[in-house]
Ligand binder design. Sequence first.
Ligand code: DAT
Ligand code: MG
Length: 149
Amino acid sequence: MEKSFIMIKPDGVQRGLVGNIISKFEAKGFTLVGLKQMSVSRELAEAHYAVHKERPFFGSLVDYIISAPVVAMVWEGNGVIASARKLIGATNPLEAEPGTIRGDYGITIGRNLIHGSDAPETAASEIELWFGESGLCSWEPALKPWLYE
Ligand code: DAT
Ligand code: MG
């Protein structure tokens, strides 16, 4: 079953939006299989954003991610990677559609609330990076929304 790594960034936690954000994924019908609030080391933040290490915003991005706890999650379900990106909205919250998480709650790219994996390969490597040691809680919901299409 497809999985995506989703992280509520420090601004989402500081603003008390954890419940609202989790609700959107739950209500959509995806299955939560990993969840932890944690402080992030500089090493982990740099590894997570390694693809952006040559970009001018890399330093401030890493400083932001390690500035306060995040909520790291893994959500499971058919099509969850692309669907989560739609729920999250465009990278720049000013360009994100109303109804999306960034569109509803954000106004600046430097505080855009949430991360979501962008492809199956990145999802697999991000899940390994963030949950490799603690592992996931796989379970089968009694009600499976994806079977009722
Ligand atoms: P996304 O988080 O939508 O996958 P990304 O992978 O291109 O976006 O960039 C990772 C994060 O880096 C993004 O959530 C916010 C920050 N970022 C991206 N482009 C930026 C820019 N031009 N200026 C400042 N921060 C930026
Ligand atoms: Mg990205």
